[in-house]
Design a protein around this ligand. Sequence first.
Ligand code: ADP
Length: 678
Amino acid sequence: MTDPVRTIRRLLVANRGEIARRIFRTCRALGIETVAVFSDADADLPFVREADVAVRIGPPSPAESYLRAGAILEAAARTAADAIHPGYGFLSENAEFAEACAQAGVTFVGPSPAAIRAMGLKRESKYTAAAAGVPVVPGWSGPEQATDFIAARALEVGFPLLVKASAGGGGKGMRVVERADDLIAAIDGAKREAAAAFGDDTLILERYIQAPRHIEVQVLGDGLGRVVALFERECSIQRRHQKVIEEAPSPFVTPDLRARMCEAAVRVASSIGYANAGTVELIVDPSGEFYFLEMNTRLQVEHPVTEAITGIDLVAEQLRIAEGRGFGFDPEQLAIRGAAIEARLYAEDAAGGFLPAAGHLAAWATRPVDGLRVDSGVEAGDTISIHYDPMIAKVIAHGPDRETARRRLLLALRGSAIVGLTTNLDFLVRVLEHDAFVAGELDTHFIERHRDALVAGPSAERAARAAALAAVVSAALRPSAVDTLPAVRAGFRNAGVATERVVFDAGGAAVSVWVRPRRDGALDVWTAATDALFASPPTDAAHAVFRVVEVAATSASVWLEVDGARGWVRWVEGPDGVCAVIDSAGAVGLRQRPRFAEAGTADAAGGCVAPMPGRVVRVLVVLGDDVVVGTPLVILEAMKMEHTLTAATAGRVVEVRAREGDQVDADAPLVTVEPVES
Ligand code: ADP
């Protein structure tokens, strides 16, 4: 139990990224000063700059930085911080750290070391829950740990079963076993993984619940003897046993079930005199039977959905409770207002097994939507480091009901694009659009079951349309085009009546686009699924008429008419030709192939033609020269860049039309090379 009021004046957050920022936000609202600690990898991230004071604690690896209790306490002492919030992960469930804080006279914002310990290991926490009269998943969790002994117990539990690391977290050290033949390998594998990840290879066995839901209850203990439940969150949308989409309330939970779950969670927490924020995780079978899974003695990643539906700032409550001031709300007034859904945006490759894909976040467009909250640790220009969880942001939508929250979140994500990184953005959109999600038909196998539909790339039509939009919108936004507004088609005027051609990689396939201005100011646009950039579109190319109505250069968007229908199209650009277009149907990521390298060699009898309008800077050959494939022929300046046009075939230069300083149109023949017989 917490001592009498101990005012927090200056709070150190022993964490990084989005959760550090999120805690700082509440501190600013409460008038509390903030201290950040950071590793070398994070020195330039927003959370470091947003703190009042920031202290470097070590190299990037967590073991040398965010897990160094001593360095963090030293930083607290140096900056005169009187409290430490551990966030989630890292030291948040480390009882020794909580103890060390107390010894150093610093308030630990969280439960007591004893409560952390009671729930630290799955095996012990199951005893605690069972003792409190809360059902636990049937299985075995004894002290004897010999492989053969565990295997014998497994046969008694029956199949399928789950082998779990007692010290586990983040889905590590967990193995589903379907039949006896696989037992020994699974037990040994789980032991090895657990020993490596947690330094503790104790295992437990649980019956593997079929098609379960993961539903958890948020609890808050006021530190004065009272524990309340702030309702449930459903977190059944998981990959690798880890959550990606969470919501509150659960579409599955009836008022009666809710009352029983909340009562069970409060019973477990009360039995260990729990203070501060915690979460009791339950696994729920399709009949509504629920079992205690574990208790997390910290703030959860997905806490914002609870904040949305209760109107309670959980971090503010954590700080009040840590100060010994109890709840800032009246528990009798607790009620669910509407529904909220959170999607975790990760730098990961959904199609490639959800592997992390760290890297540089070059550009990021978001769409403002009512009832939306975005908690992020990074901004455009920042790097998602390989050293930590590759989460980019949590996007949370709240609405009067689940369907409104879902639509708002979908609108926000469809209107967003990230360039420079592989992300799960499209995947999240597809989950939110899925009929089963709409219907609330969730269980922890949702992603596996619907995998093909969820990781599919854009259709060929969609990719082609996106490439066409990209060609037109990027051209309309070129400085030369924008400068001469309102004559926005000036972007194409240089080209005279010539056709602009460009190739994009879209959804793993090449799409070529041809854009030709029409007399009426509109544009004829053709697309074809090819990377062969013919001078004219092939006869089977798809055709549409585009009209640039208005250009908003400041927001990188174009009000565009396509075959009679108008809409805004946004343009997001990164380095090396990577880009994205966003229209009402969503975002598509693309990569523009280097504009002219291939084109310069593609036409004109082995010589070169101007791939686009430009100025001849140098002519590098004279009549009669012998050239080989790749010999530079002409340097052309176009769009403020120089392009070297090279010979496509070996032979002799038989004609040189280009003259230095000439202004040439697209497709103008510059040098002709005739193959020579050897
Ligand atoms: P960790 O602490 O590693 O996250 P948990 O015990 O919280 O492990 O379980 C993580 C996820 O694994 C759950 O949300 C659920 O999807 C699945 N899971 C855990 N236990 C069971 C079980 N007995 N039956 C079926 N699925 C389970």
